[in-house]
Design a protein around this ligand. Structure first.
Ligand code: SF4
Length: 437
């Protein structure tokens, strides 16, 4: 009997890419892809341990499907990625029917683990971090038709005090230029026109003398590629060479995701972020001087241990000065393994954390709307992604600044097309416009 697999992905774009790697490994091993969890004999959840809520969601998800395992339809149930690395004992306790636990460096062992589990019905676990695994020889199994993600670095060396990534994904390593170019060419050959290069800190990419800026240039030379994006950037590693490269190379999109986390130098120091807020703001000023059309997005954590009212006001102040298009805003929560959990008391009361979160959400809404409204009256090139969720007659796409645009379809436009849209109005984080011919 031919066994089918299904992978559900939780967390960031890097996990989406890893799921494509796993799909490729399993396809090569002779398994085929199922359309849903119910149809599959082999089910994996590829997980993220960044936040406690993510761990709870994954456990809840598998508990919901435990009956499929009991009935024998689901023959192998596995959990992949960061959570097995971070909390293996909790998974074993709360999901006793699990057959496979595999960390981010163990995906190539999955075919053997599946075979062994089918045979002996025991738990098979591999959460060894090699600090060198790059899966260089595997081309990911991507079903994307016009846009895809390609990982260029794995792991992280920064050890921000609140973050589990260096513990669950290991030390930073760059993939070879050759392998990255092969993957980009392969994707473009299948009709992909937009590629996003991924890493926890792409700016520290380095391979045999090739910096991240030089890598971007090499990738942009792949014929047929129209848009090149990247995420995430660490403020301390944004170089002048990179800023210049973005300004000069029309394929590199004018969008930078640059987490600042807190406006207070005291908090940034305790977070071990490696920059002061003055340095951060100076970098932004430089970026906007060299690339005036650059759209910035960011990450913010509120309620970090020891964050005072004054510290928090400084965060609001940075949001006003930096004028982000949008921010991903999080309430601090303790994570096992991290420096902050071991050394700082989680002393900001829940109520205060919630109030601060509400305040950043509110400010982000008004600043973001003001920023994207600057596109009103302009004609923008849009890469069409999908039919709009609200109205079937409308399509949704993005500008090179990664701003979402909704427009009425004339019946001929399909996902993957590039169209010119005149922007009429802005609402929330969305622009609305009319297609131009
Ligand atoms: S840069 Fe900091 S926050 Fe980002 S992955 Fe590395 S340790 Fe975590």
């Amino acid at each position: 009997m031919e066994l089918r697999f299904f992978i559900e992905t939780f967390g960031c774009q890097m996990n989406v890419y890893d799921s494509e790697l796993v799909a490729s490994i399993l396809s090569q091993a002779g398994y085929s892809k199922a359309g849903s969890m119910r149809e599959a004999e082999i089910v994996f959840l590829n997980t993220c341990a960044i936040r406690e809520k993510a761990v709870e969601r994954v456990i809840h998800k598998f508990q919901q499907y435990a009956h499929l395992k009991k009935k024998g339809k689901m023959k192998v149930a596995g959990i992949l990625g960061c959570i097995p690395q971070h909390s293996p004992d909790r998974l074993k306790k709360e999901l006793p029917f699990i057959d496979i636990l595999a960390g981010p460096d163990s995906y190539d062992k999955l075919p053997e683990m599946i075979k062994a589990s089918l045979k002996d019905k025991k738990l098979h676990e591999d959460i060894e971090l090699t600090h060198s695994q790059n899966y260089d020889e595997i081309l990911p199994f991507s079903e994307n038709k016009f846009s895809t993600f390609i990982t260029i670095t794995r792991g992280c060396n920064n050890f921000c005090s609140y973050c589990v990534v260096p513990y669950v994904r290991g030390r930073e390593r760059s993939r070879s230029v050759e392998q990255i170019l092969n993957e980009v060419k392969h994707a473009v050959g299948k009709g992909i026109s937009e590629v996003t290069l991924l890493g926890q800190n792409v700016n520290s990419y380095s391979w045999e003398g090739v910096s991240f800026a030089k890598l971007l240039n090499k990738v942009s030379e792949v014929e047929g590629l129209k848009r090149l994006r990247f995420a995430t950037s660490h403020p301390k590693d944004i170089s002048d060479e990179l800023i210049q490269m973005i300004a000069e190379n029309p394929k590199i999109c004018n969008h930078l995701h640059l987490p600042f986390q807190s406006g207070s130098n005291e908090v940034l120091k305790r977070m071990n972020r490696g920059y002061t807020i003055e340095e951060y703001l100076k970098k932004i000023e430089k970026i906007r001087n060299v690339v005036p059309e650059m759209a910035l997005t960011t990450d913010i954590i509120v309620g970090f241990p020891g964050e005072t009212d004054e510290d928090f006001l400084q965060t609001l102040d940075v949001m006003k000065k930096a004028k982000f298009d949008n921010a991903f805003m999080f309430i601090y929560s303790e994570r096992e393994l991290t420096y902050a959990k071991k050394h700082f008391k989680d002393d900001v009361p829940k109520k205060v954390k919630n109030e601060r979160h509400n305040a950043v959400v509110e400010l982000n809404r008004s600043v973001g709307l003001e920023q994207i409204s600057r596109d009103k009256g302009k004609t923008k090139e849009i890469l069409v992604e999908t039919v709009s969720k609200k109205r079937k007659s409308e399509m949704m796409g993005r500008t090179e600044q990664n701003r979402m645009v909704i427009f009425e379809n004339n019946g001929t436009i399909k996902p993957g097309d590039y169209v010119q849209v005149k922007i009429g109005r802005a609402d929330g984080v969305t622009l609305f416009g009319e297609i131009k011919f």
